[in-house]
Ligand binder design. Structure first.
Ligand code: NAP
Length: 267
């Protein structure tokens, strides 16, 4: 029996990158709102184990989303458990600087593999296990996917734009099975992502402050504020919403950020 506070009662959910930040916050909301099983994935087994202590319905699965073996591991966990997936959240993501003129192909492949190819592999692997009709896929993209800043992160931007293209294309392709596909595009959100990307804690804090000043809200988003839109798009009450990308960014896209630098005039 579902009510407004438990829209995911009896459902089974997969959240990639569920061991920290936005993914962990989303996994917790799913579990608190009734989901029976919430598989959380990541590469670091210890961090996953720690996150799984936050709610008894969280199930850790060590899986590198950028590999076919990772997709196999998630599918095997689902097969050994509920056998079916109601909600699939493609949240795992990574950012690396790839300035043109100094492109490192290993970094390029890591970013594209994690943010773009991985979701394709996992969706393909899990398709037969997605509940039809009724399953919901939610991508976590980024405002950078549709409003790229001039900071040498074009590959990250392309990976996120690709996620938004998958969102729209799969909404159409999988619609006949009764599967909905939507995306949440966060702006600057208070997580450890920048430190993981190689920034020092001080630089990460500075970047957070600079970006926050460029928002209408005047502050960074909290992981829970992004996560609550992931779950909202996934819940049965959103049955008439598909193929949409919702920016949850405190208005940074409208306010303009230091998004552009003046073009150098021709000599
Ligand atoms: N924070 C922001 O300001 C912001 C803004 C826009 C968009 N986003 C997007 O939001 C999503 C979540 O980011 P976050 O800020 O919450 O980052 P986070 O705190 O660094 O969390 C990232 C999660 O992804 C997992 N992950 C990374 N690479 C993985 C891989 N190859 N396989 C499996 N799991 C992997 C990490 O676990 P392991 O390291 O253990 O694998 C971790 O659980 C990402 O897609 C990010 O691009 C974030």
């Amino acid at each position: 029996m579902t009510d407004n506070s438990t829209p995911f009662a009896g459902q089974h959910v997969v959240v990639t990158g569920g061991s920290s930040g936005i993914g962990r916050a989303a996994a917790l909301i799913f579990a608190r709102q009734g989901a029976e099983t919430v598989f959380i994935t990541g590469r670091d087994a210890e961090r996953l184990k720690e996150a799984a202590t936050l709610h008894p319905n969280l199930v850790p699965v060590v899986a590198d989303v950028a590999t076919a073996e990772g997709a196999d591991a998630v599918e095997a966990a689902v097969a050994a458990g509920p056998g079916v997936v109601d909600v699939l959240v493609h949240n795992a993501g990574i950012t690396k600087k790839t300035p043109i003129g100094r492109v490192n192909m290993a970094d390029v492949m890591t970013v594209l593999g994690t943010n773009l190819i991985g979701p394709l592999l996992l969706t393909d692997r899990l398709l037969a296990r997605l509940r039809t009709p009724g399953a919901s896929i939610v991508f976590v993209t980024s405002v950078e996917g549709h409003r790229p800043p001039p900071f040498g992160s074009s590959v990250y931007a392309a990976s996120k734009a690709g996620g938004e293209a998958f969102t729209r294309a799969w909404a159409v392709e999988l619609g006949e099975k009764g599967i909905r596909v939507n995306a949440v595009a966060p702006g600057v959100t208070r997580t450890d992502a920048a430190v993981r990307a190689g920034f020092s804690p001080a630089d990460a804090q500075l970047a957070l402050e600079i970006f926050s000043q460029a928002t209408v809200a005047g502050r960074p988003g909290e992981p829970e504020e992004v996560a609550s839109w992931i779950t909202r798009l996934a819940e049965p009450g959103s049955a008439y919403v598909t193929g949409q990308v919702i920016s949850v960014d405190g208005g940074i896209e409208l306010a303009g950020l230091p998004m552009k630098r003046p073009m150098k005039p021709r000599p």
